[in-house]
Ligand binder design. Structure first.
Ligand SMILES: Nc1ncnc2c1ncn2[C@@H]1O[C@H](COP(=O)(O)OP(=O)(O)OP(=O)(O)O)[C@@H](O)[C@H]1O
Ligand SMILES: [Mg+2]
Length: 599
């Protein structure tokens, strides 16, 4: 893609993002319209201020003597304008905060609602940190831009045009000064911001890298200490720290020239206005310029003009700033919209079955699947699991065992072939009822912030304390829980960090025991508990598994010896199938694996 094409595309996305943001704003029209009106009135009032102050000066400098009444009248009018304008600005700011918070709330809600409908594959592909930074940081950027920049733009436009009109009425020749200074200011800021903008994005990138590195290292602090790599880590961190510092220096160094440069141009323009205005005033005083000529000006006129020229210059100085803030707000909004526009999990078929009284017959027929269609993981896999039977899946790491589970639960859909539950093709069953038919206990346990009771009762809506207690007993975790000061009311911190890995796993097993689904999936479920507990749990599991179809994945073969059927998965195919004894007799991969563990 050529550079110009890219720019055009960017403009197009910027435009669509802008229009889309407008729809959010317009949804709250009852807040936005008052905001626009308040902006107009408060700016109009603040534009009137200089007019009255100028008129007060002229009333003072009257050649026929001082008109005190007019002076006071104008001073009071001026004060009134400024005061009312300030009150209105205050109201406006509060209104905009309210408005932008409403929009942020809506956006966050939409974003999160979308996240709950996305397929598991999306989360496998997208780093969690990235999603979180969109929910918090990007939406925050949009928020500050909405509450600040929007008002700023309206105000700037009104002020620039308004002051120009007032200045035009006071003295046309003086406006000529701006013919030089305004283009100079615009060219200067544009030229500088062209240099500075890439430096600022480099700065954010370097900061992101630094953050990412720190996060990775903090989460691995145990391993780092165990391998005594603290020094190396420190050195690497410092390299990134230095990079970030350099990038900050570059951006801020080049950025800080803009301020003084603009000050210089402003001072120049103000001086020119004063000198030229002073001269015109003198000429008007000594009669060289007659009243009614476009060159005629009073002292109050000069004072007014100077004030308007300052008002006029403000927004023009801010122009580049607002532009870059808007750009970052647009790119943040775009990142948010990209998730909101993400394809949700495909809808269930219109005539999809809702399965309720599941018997638990599961079948794979010639299933072919790859996460990436190019790279096939399972090739023509077929097997049958009858009601109440236990199917064990064994095989080397990366063979595709967890992938089989992903297909059972329809976290992914097969590329070819069929998966059936009670003879019904899984894609003809609603996902909700299909998933309800299964209970899963996974390799990585997931506990949420809440009491132990809540975490176990999560297995089935409406589970009672008695049911939770007997599940805990079956999972051999009851005495540990009862030994805690708060028992079942103990609050687990995020992800259950305050209890051991094995205890976490037992709680998830108890959770599975509470559920009443007909099919059970245990993916390395007992990998974190000691052998003695494992044997105990197996006994409990036997009760749990009775009458349910179970899929068990375990590296420890002792766990699966009693399975009704063992499937050996290697390189995406089922290479061996049968009971423990049959497979031992066969003397294949399973036999080798078993013997290497037990002889
Ligand atoms: N979300 C994913 N996207 C792309 N490829 C994946 C994904 N998950 C797994 N894979 C790939 O699919 C293959 C099978 O992975 P799977 O998790 O099924 O292995 P496994 O048999 O469960 O291994 P383990 O015993 O280590 O748990 C691996 O080569 C892996 O790289
Ligand atoms: Mg696995």
């Amino acid at each position: 893609m050529s550079n110009t094409e890219k720019k055009k595309l960017d403009r197009k996305t910027a435009k669509s993002v802008f229009l889309r943001l407008c729809t959010y704003v317009l949804k709250y029209w009852y807040l936005f319209i008052p905001a626009v009106l308040l902006t107009l009135f408060s700016n109009q009032l603040s534009l009137l201020g200089p007019k009255y102050s100028g008129e007060a000066i002229d009333a003072l400098a009257l050649s026929t003597g001082v008109d005190f009444k007019a002076v006071w009248e104008n001073v009071i009018k001026m004060l009134f304008c400024y005061l009312l304008s300030a009150v209105m600005s205050y109201l406006l700011a509060t209104l905009m905060i309210f408005l932008s918070q409403r929009i942020v709330y809506t956006m966050r809600r939409q974003l999160f609602e979308k996240l709950t409908t996305l397929p598991v594959g999306y989360f496998d592909k997208t780093p969690t940190g990235d999603i979180i930074s969109r929910i918090s940081y990007d939406i925050d950027t949009v928020n500050s831009s909405l509450s600040h920049d929007l008002v700023q733009i309206m105000t700037s436009l009104y002020t620039v045009i308004g002051s120009l009109v007032f200045m035009w009425n006071i003295s046309k020749p003086l406006i000529c000064v701006f013919i030089i200074t305004v283009p100079a200011a615009i060219l200067f800021t544009r030229y500088r911001s062209k240099i500075v903008r890439p430096l600022f994005s480099k700065r954010s990138k370097k900061l992101g890298e630094l953050n990412g590195y720190a996060e990775e290292m903090l989460s691995g602090c145990r391993t780092i200490q165990a391998y005594e790599r603290e020094e190396e880590i420190g050195r690497r961190f410092n390299e990134r720290n230095r990079d970030a510092m350099d990038a900050y220096y570059d951006a801020d160094y080049h950025g800080c020239i803009i301020g003084p440069g603009m000050n210089f141009i402003n001072n120049l323009s103000l001086s020119l206005v004063m000198i030229l205005g002073g001269m015109l005033y003198l000429f008007s005083q000594n009669g060289t310029v007659k009243a009614g000529s476009i060159f005629f000006i009073t002292l109050g006129g000069v004072a007014q003009f100077v004030q308007y020229s300052r008002k006029f210059a403000g927004p023009i100085n801010e122009f580049a700033n607002i532009l870059s803030e808007l750009q970052s707000a647009f790119s943040a909004a775009e990142r948010v919209f990209r998730i909101i526009d993400e394809e949700p999990e495909t809808a269930d078929k219109a005539n999809a079955h809702v399965i309720s009284d599941v018997e638990g017959n599961v079948e794979f027929r010639d299933v072919t699947f790859g996460y990436d269609p190019e790279k096939v993981i399972l090739k023509g896999v077929s097997f049958k699991a009858d009601t109440g039977k236990t199917i064990a899946i064994v095989g080397p790491t990366g063979a595709g065992k967890t992938t089989v589970i992903n297909l059972l639960m329809r976290f992914y859909d097969v590329n070819d072939g069929e998966t059936l539950v009670d003879g019904i093709e899984a894609r003809d069953i609603t996902r909700e009822s299909l998933r309800r038919a299964y209970t899963m206990v996974l390799q990585d346990t997931w506990l949420f912030r809440g009491t132990i009771f809540e975490n176990i009762a999560y297995g089935r809506e409406g589970a009672t304390l008695d049911e939770v207690k007997s599940a805990a007993r079956a999972a051999r975790i009851d005495s540990f829980i009862e030994g805690l000061p708060d028992g079942y009311d103990t609050v687990l911190t995020d992800d259950g960090i305050n209890i051991s890995k094995g205890q976490r796993q037992l709680i998830t097993i108890a959770r599975a025991m509470v559920s009443d689904s007909k099919m059970l999936i245990l993916d390395e479920a007992t990998s974190n508990v000691d052998s003695r507990t494992e044997i105990k749990i197996q006994k409990a599991m036997a009760t749990l598994m009775k009458g349910r179809t179970c899929f068990v994945i375990a590296h420890r073969l002792s766990t699966i010896k009693n399975a009704d059927k063992i499937l050996v998965v290697r390189d995406g195919r089922i290479t061996e199938e049968g009971t423990h004894d049959e497979l031992l007799c066969k003397g294949g991969f399973y036999a080798t694996l078993y013997n290497s563990q037990f002889s």
